[in-house]
Design a binder for this molecule. Structure first.
Ligand SMILES: NCCC[C@H](NC(=O)CCC(=O)O)C(=O)O
Ligand SMILES: NC(=O)OP(=O)(O)O
Length: 319
């Protein structure tokens, strides 16, 4: 494998973050300005899990650059994948990642992969095992479409959204708040939001019930506050997200409905804009009144996913 390959899997530097945001905002003004840049090239978008936004926005981004996207819903349409090196494949798995990733690498110029965590095998998840196997065996530049621990295209779209909205000279007050959910949910969106927000030089407060501390690799430098009302005071941006426990790995420790964000919770944050990556469980994570009101940025975030992907694909085509 060529070790000099460039990938897009994580926050790398404030400088690159600023470059990608700038390029995304230029594409937003004129989506077809580089419509020949990817001519004759193909991107393979490989999904091991469901998706609406990532699937469609990444294809639109590639098409805007003249590139041909092909989607494989590997979880539903591909052979059952074996991920473990040296496995004796005499049970349910049909095709080894070593073979599948190499074939996909030979078909495409760029690959984009979605591989969620197990939420049961902590060591595999924190080392991004499944995603790492694609990196190891495909031999092509890879874009993360959400791995076990990161969702960098979402985070880039979130940074683009905050940059567009916040015109004041001072720094914005950014809060990431845990919200209730009925299922055990990955940490990737919350991890990445923290990684990018802190990396871009913003101050970040994270608020969650006791026991919901995130992996410190992503939250170092953030203020942790278990009193949600206190954390939300004077916030400019409130990012709402559920995640399962990290310390008690993959467990649901609370579904306390008082953590659902409402207008009442934002009574001391008159200017606060509210963000969520979607899909959102309405009236569980976030109330209708917020989602349908003028504080909500969720549609802008989703729109910006196209230009986040376009700036990243364009950057990798230049590499
Ligand atoms: N890609 C955006 C979010 C994906 C995932 N949400 C979910 O699995 C929602 C499932 C549900 O609501 O049943 C998450 O939060 O990491
Ligand atoms: N926000 C996001 O990644 O949405 P999808 O899971 O629908 O792609």
């Amino acid at each position: 494998m060529n070790s000099k390959l460039k990938h897009f899997t994580r926050f790398e530097s404030k400088e690159l973050g600023e470059q990608l945001i700038h390029s995304a905002l230029e594409y937003k003004l004129d989506p077809k300005k580089d419509h020949q840049k990817g001519a004759g090239k193909r991107i393979g978008c490989i999904f091991l899990n469901p998706s609406l936004r990532t699937r469609v926005s990444t294809q639109l981004a590639a098409l805007n650059l003249g590139m041909e996207p092909i989607v494989l819903n590997m979880d539903k349409e591909g052979w059952a994948l074996e991920m473990r090196d040296g496995a004796v494949m005499n049970k349910g798995t049909v095709e080894h990642i070593k073979d599948a990733a190499a074939v996909l690498g030979s078909y495409f110029d760029l690959l984009a992969i979605r591989a969620f965590p197990t939420l049961t095998h902590r060591d595999e998840d924190i080392n991004d095992f499944a995603f790492g196997q694609f990196l190891k065996y495909s031999g092509k530049p890879i874009i993360s479409l959400e791995s076990a621990i990161r969702h960098p295209l979402q985070s880039l779209a979130d940074q683009i959204t905050m940059k567009e909205i916040f015109a004041e000279k001072r720094k914005p007050k950014v809060v990431l708040t845990w919200a209730p959910h009925i299922k055990a949910i990955p940490h990737a969106v919350a991890n990445s939001f923290a990684e990018w927000t802190l990396g871009m030089g913003h101050e970040l407060t994270i608020t969650h019930p006791e026991g919901y501390e995130l992996d410190q690799r992503f939250t170092k430098g953030a203020t942790i506050e278990t009193n949600q009302a206190k954390a939300l005071e004077e916030a400019d941006f409130v990012y709402v997200k559920n995640w399962s426990s990290f310390n008690d790995y993959g467990k649901i420790l609370s579904t306390d409905p008082s953590w659902m964000l409402t207008e009442d919770s934002l009574s001391h944050a008159p200017k606060a804009k509210v963000m969520h990556c979607l899909p959102v469980r309405r009236n569980v994570e976030l109330s209708d009144e917020i989602l349908d009101g003028n504080r909500s940025l969720v549609q802008t975030q989703a729109q910006n996913r196209i230009f986040a992907a376009q700036s990243v694909i364009s950057y990798l085509l230049d590499s």
